[in-house]
Design a protein. Structure first.
Length: 90
């Protein structure tokens, strides 16, 4: 999405999206290190190729929001499992 925005001339949008991508990368690394520190073996699965073409910037941000909602839901699912397992540290 950042690349698309950059190629469309939306410099501010692309800079913001690149920053968001870096933040998400750091979150992933924290999870990897946490799993490994707890004697797990973190594996980063492959991902499907994300969409790379959007009708306009509004459509792109609709997809950004939908993805953020998906990620938040995934995190909430992890919290439910941790609570069920009495894993309050995680």
């Amino acid at each position: 999405m950042a690349s698309w925005a950059e190629n469309q001339g939306f410099e501010g949008v692309s800079n913001w999206l690149y920053a968001q991508a870096e933040e998400e990368r750091m979150h992933m690394l924290k999870l990897v290190r946490y799993v490994n520190d707890r004697d797990g073996n973190a594996v980063i699965p492959g991902i499907d190729t994300p969409p790379s073409d959007f009708g306009d910037v509004s459509e792109m941000f609709d997809k950004v929001l939908a993805h953020e909602k998906f990620i938040s839901g995934s995190i909430n699912e992890i919290v439910v499992v941790c609570m069920a397992e009495n894993d309050f540290t995680t």
